[in-house]
Structures are given as structure tokens and as C-alpha cells.
Design a protein around this ligand. Structure first.
Ligand SMILES: Cc1cc2nc3c(=O)[nH]c(=O)nc-3n(C[C@H](O)[C@H](O)[C@H](O)COP(=O)(O)OP(=O)(O)OC[C@H]3O[C@@H](n4cnc5c(N)ncnc54)[C@H](O)[C@@H]3O)c2cc1C
Length: 390
């Protein structure tokens, strides 16, 4: 065990609260309006060591589990949904390295360096021609003399232009089937990126996620050991659905906080009486609390079985995580809609302190980000053979 001075979770979450209230909230509207990367927020997170939160303690990191990472993402999302999505996507990639790269000297070294450098990791799973199916690749990694070459035409690459490295899915080799994939760590210095599409979207504008053509080469040791089938089921899917659900909840909580502040303002204008909007706020809190319990419960249960890799490969977990993703992405816009009904026109206006446009638009991305229809279709197939559903 190595000695280190990584911050404990209590320190990290306190630092994230401060970044959320002092930095992210101050820039969220501008990030959204200009569809620009939240550079100030990411710089502030880097400064307090938050980007290394998922690095194991043995490698000098804080070693946060998924419950802790989810709390960090949900806290940041209350101020800026795009910043929280960037952080969540970074943690998902980091968790893949931390949970599947520990037997590789290269990846252990990379993770140690990440604690010091606070590198930002992006992801390229999407590809022109695979239609949103992350478990399928057309591009293949080519290996020779201890080196690799990899080119990919990705439809959506969040903050790839701002990342220090990208984890790229591809076929294991040129003869492999589309589902026989590996993950490759492509560092900025290993690649050229050519932007192919724009990112002028309704919401999540600060994630800066256009399409990119990637051309890369590097050392063979940058290919994550093992199959992506395993790292996907044991880490990428659980971390994605739990962290996304937590940050979508944070967006909803941010909207409800604006509604609550509006209701308190109304109450101050009519001392001694409870405004009718207060009852609607109370109902909204019920939905908000239920949504929180869903991701918290999944995170707690995941942490309890995190090292039981066989259990995580089972259909029970796949169904539970898929259900969480569908429920969270459906609940978030509904809760934001409820907040808008409470606030009324001041929530509808873009230039009011109670504005809910950004929350609403950001929330709508959830059901598309790996389409709920695609996930529901997978669940439907699994339920034909899975008998233990309670
Ligand atoms: C904010 C945001 C950030 C993203 N960041 C990244 C990133 O960093 N890296 C990355 O690789 N990708 C990223 N993505 C892309 C994401 O991972 C998905 O690949 C993408 O959202 C799916 O695109 P699609 O809707 O065209 O695909 P599809 O899943 O093919 O969906 C197209 C349509 O087909 C329907 N459909 C699909 N399957 C079925 C089915 N079985 N039954 C019925 N209907 C079905 C869907 O409902 C939808 O209407 C991001 C997406 C968003 C929204």
C-alpha cells in the first residue's frame, strides 16, 4: 500500500459544493447560450483534485465508490447539467481503467499520473453505421511490432476536443465480429481529430459533442486488457446508468430549488397564508425523493457486489440498470415540467432568475442518450428467458 495525500470523500464533496455554487452556476447560462465547454468549472474541479476521485487509493487516488461519485455528479448537476454530464462521462471512463486495467503496469502508471495531472477522459463508443448500439463496432484496431493503429468515424464525441485522452471502442482485430470489441486509450498526442458535424442542440449544449473522425496510433499496451463485453457489463453500463441517473436527478433538484424559492417569495408577499403553489411543490418533492432513492439504491447495491464480476454479468443486473436508466430519464423532464407549472411565466422566460428553459432542455437528452426504445427492446428480449424478476 502506498502512502498518499488524496482528499477523503467528505473533503471532495465539500469542494464540489463550492465549485457548483461559486463557479458552475455563475457560468451555466453562458455555457448553454454559447454551446461552449464549461472551462471555468472543469478548471475549478481540476484544482481541487475532483477528476481523480475514482482512482484507487492504492494508486494515490481518493478511491471513491459509485455512491460517492453519484453524489458528486448530482451536486454539480444542480448548478450546471452539462458540467455534471462531462464529469460523469469522465468518471465512467476512469472507472473502466481502474476496474479493468489494474493488472497492467501501463494502466497503473497512467492512473497514478492522472492523480497528479487531473487528465480529462472522453469516450467514443458511437460510430457511423452502428446506429446507437454501443456493443457493436465497425472500426478495428490493427497491431504490429508492439504498436497499434486505429481510425474511427464517430457520430457523437462529447468534449473530445477538450479531453486529454479518449477511450475508443473498436473490434479486437480486422477479422473479429462486430461485437468482439476492445477499449483503447488514445491520448491527445496519439491522434488527430477532424470534426465532422456540429453540436447545436436543444440541451446539454456545454458537452460539446459533435461527430469526429479519429486517426490514431500508439503503443499496444494502451489497449485495455480483456474484452469490452466484460468491461461494458461490469463497469461501463452500471457506472453510466447510475451516474447519469444521479445527474439527471440533480437537474430536476435544481429546477425544484428554483420553484421552492419562487414559492417562498410568494409566501412572503402574503404573510399568514400558504400559497396554492406550496401544495404542488410538496407533491413534486415526493417525485424528487422517489427518483433519488432509485439511483441511491442501485449505487449502494452495486458497491456491495462491485467485485462479484460474475453477478454483474447476469441478466438481473442488466435489467435493473436498464430500468433505472429508463425511469430516471423519464422522471427528470416530468419533475422539471412540474417545477415550471409552479413558477409559471417567470420559469418560461429565459432572462428571469427562475428560468427553467435550460433545465428542461437538458433533461430531454436523457431518453435519447442511448435510446430508451433500444434499451426497452433489449429488456423485452431478456424477459422472455429471465424468470427471477421480482
Ligand atoms: C448529450 C449526449 C452526449 C453524448 N456523448 C457521447 C459520447 O461522448 N460518445 C459517444 O460515443 N456517444 C455519445 N452520445 C451518443 C449516444 O451514446 C448514442 O449513441 C446516441 O444518443 C444514439 O443516437 P441515435 O438516437 O441516432 O441512435 P439509435 O439508438 O439508433 O436511435 C434512433 C432511433 O431509433 C429508435 N430505436 C433504436 N433501437 C430501437 C429498438 N430496438 N426498438 C424501437 N426503436 C428503436 C430510437 O428510439 C430512435 O428513435 C451522446 C448523446 C447525447 C444525447
Amino acid at each position: 500500500m502506498e502512502s498518499h495525500s488524496a482528499p477523503a470523500f467528505a473533503e471532495l464533496i465539500e469542494a464540489v459544493r463550492k465549485v457548483a455554487t461559486e463557479v458552475a452556476s455563475a457560468h451555466a447560462a453562458d455555457v448553454d447560450a454559447k454551446a461552449r465547454f464549461p472551462i471555468e468549472t472543469l478548471a475549478a474541479l481540476r484544482e481541487v483534485g475532483v477528476l481523480a476521485a475514482a482512482v484507487p487509493r492504492a494508486l494515490g487516488g481518493p478511491g471513491c465508490n459509485v455512491q460517492e461519485l453519484a453524489q458528486i455528479c448530482s451536486t454539480l448537476a444542480q448548478a450546471c447539467g452539462s458540467s455534471a454530464m462531462v464529469l460523469a462521462m469522465h468518471y465512467i471512463q476512469l472507472a473502466c481503467l481502474a476496474r479493468h486495467g489494474m493488472h497492467s503496469a501501463f494502466f497503473r502508471g497512467y492512473l497514478k499520473d492522472l492523480v497528479r495531472r487531473q487528465d480529462l477522459l472522453a469516450s467514443m463508443t458511437s460510430e457511423v453505421g452502428t446506429f446507437g448500439d454501443t456493443r457493436s463496432s465497425i472500426c478495428a484496431v490493427r497491431r504490429s511490432d508492439g504498436r497499434f493503429q486505429l481510425d474511427k468515424d464517430a457520430t457523437t464525441g462529447s468534449y473530445c476536443a477538450h479531453a486529454d485522452a479518449i477511450l475508443v471502442t473498436c473490434r479486437r482485430d480486422e477479422d473479429a465480429a462486430r461485437s468482439d470489441q476492445v477499449l483503447v486509450l488514445v491520448r491527445r498526442e496519439d491522434c488527430t481529430l477532424t470534426q465532422t458535424t456540429s453540436w447545436d442542440t436543444m440541451g446539454m449544449r456545454g458537452t460539446c459533442s459533435p461527430g469526429f473522425k479519429l486517426a490514431s496510433s500508439g503503443r499496444e499496451e494502451q489497449i485495455l486488457p480483456g474484452a469490452f463485453a466484460d468491461s461494458s457489463a461490469q463497469t461501463m453500463v452500471p457506472y453510466s446508468h447510475i451516474l447519469w441517473a444521479s445527474l439527471w436527478w440533480g437537474i430536476a433538484a435544481g429546477a425544484v430549488a428554483r420553484a421552492a424559492s419562487f414559492v417562498r417569495g410568494q409566501a412572503r408577499q402574503t404573510p399568514g397564508s400558504v400559497p396554492p403553489t406550496a401544495a404542488r411543490l410538496a407533491q413534486l418533492q415526493v417525485q424528487l425523493q422517489a427518483a433519488r432513492q432509485n439511483w441511491l439504491g442501485a449505487a449502494r447495491d452495486f458497491d456491495a457486489v462491485a467485485e462479484d464480476r460474475d453477478e454483474l454479468m447476469g441478466m438481473g443486473w442488466a435489467l435493473r440498470l436498464n430500468n433505472l436508466k429508463i425511469a430516471a430519464s423519464e422522471a427528470t423532464p416530468q419533475i422539471v415540467h412540474g417545477a415550471l407549472q409552479i413558477v409559471g411565466i417567470l420559469g418560461y422566460k429565459n432572462d428571469s432568475p427562475f428560468s427553467l428553459g435550460r433545465h428542461y432542455r437538458d433533461a430531454l437528452s436523457g431518453s435519447l442518450m442511448i435510446s430508451n426504445e433500444r434499451i426497452a427492446a433489449k429488456n423485452a428480449s431478456m424477459l422472455l428467458v429471465y424468470k427471477d424478476a421480482a
